[in-house]
Design a binder for this molecule. Structure first.
Ligand code: FPP
Length: 253
């Protein structure tokens, strides 16, 4: 039986009792969608929406910290986003640096550890430098794990895992008989991390868009029509509260 605690009414829930910690998702993943439409609605260039969306990330991180969420995974740039105009791609790939430039001190104060999932190798040097620096700087923090999905695509991740598994079998590092779901997850970017309990997508779209296909097998989904730049701490808390009402059965009864 799930306990429904009114933790969402508290402004800065800190204690286990106040936050309803037992019912708080360990891992929340967010598809931050709607930046372009937000900008268009205001007659602004699309990148203005991305810029506004960047600041929302900081608000969401603070809620995650305050609610003792262990992992927050944010879809910042997908393997399909390369199809956008060069200027937009260029801007999107500058955002991690800009975000970290502004918010790294705050993240340090909040004991946040930065990690990434995705293929960083092909990203511009300035993006990689900023991200590697932040990872190194925050590596001993043991609070929230803030996981940026950067040049991330779930199908690519799964294909790479298969490729590596085949190599490991070929070179006798692994025995085919020992391959099971648990072993498979060790070949994914999310190795060692619990699957997302709650997956949020903004902007009214209701699809996964190649995000965490394997990991989201039993995630609870929460959709809102709100465009990402208008997302807020309050709306995030609403999603967390809604999650508390869910009954997760994992195929059981
Ligand atoms: C999707 O909206 C959003 C993205 C592809 C980029 C997400 C990036 C941010 C929210 C900025 C924060 C990033 C960092 C690294 C801190 P869209 O452009 O597809 O919107 P649309 O569907 O309305 O066109």
């Amino acid at each position: 039986m799930l306990m429904k605690l009114p933790f969402f009414k508290k402004k800065n829930s800190e204690t286990k009792e106040e936050s309803g910690l037992d019912m708080t998702p360990k891992h929340v993943a967010i598809i931050m969608d709607g930046n372009g439409r937000w900008a268009k609605n205001r007659g602004l260039p699309r990148i203005a929406g991305h810029k506004e969306g960047m600041d929302v990330v900081s608000d969401v991180v603070k809620v995650a910290v305050s609610f003792h969420i262990e992992i927050l995974t944010l879809y910042a740039f997908s393997t399909e986003n390369w199809k956008r105009p060069d200027t937009e791609v260029d801007y999107l790939l500058r955002l991690p640096k800009e975000f970290l430039h502004i918010y790294l001190p705050e993240l340090m104060e909040n004991n946040v550890r930065i990690e990434t999932i995705g293929d960083l190798e092909v990203l511009p040097e300035h993006t990689k430098e900023a991200v590697y620096y932040a990872k190194e700087k925050t590596k001993n923090n043991d609070g929230l794990l803030l996981n940026f999905a950067l040049n991330y695509g779930s199908r690519f991740e799964i294909m790479e895992a298969i490729r590596q598994i085949v190599t490991d079998i070929d070179t006798a590092k692994m025995d085919l008989d020992s391959l099971d779901e648990k072993t498979f997850t060790k070949y994914l970017y999310t190795k060692g991390q619990p699957d997302p309990d709650l997956l949020i997508r903004t902007s009214g779209e209701q699809r996964l868009s190649n995000f965490l296909l394997w990991q989201a097998a039993y995630s609870e989904f929460w959709f809102t029509d709100v465009l990402w730049p208008d997302f807020s701490a309050e709306i995030f808390k609403e999603a967390l509260h809604d999650y508390q009402q869910r009954k997760r059965r994992y195929g059981g009864v």
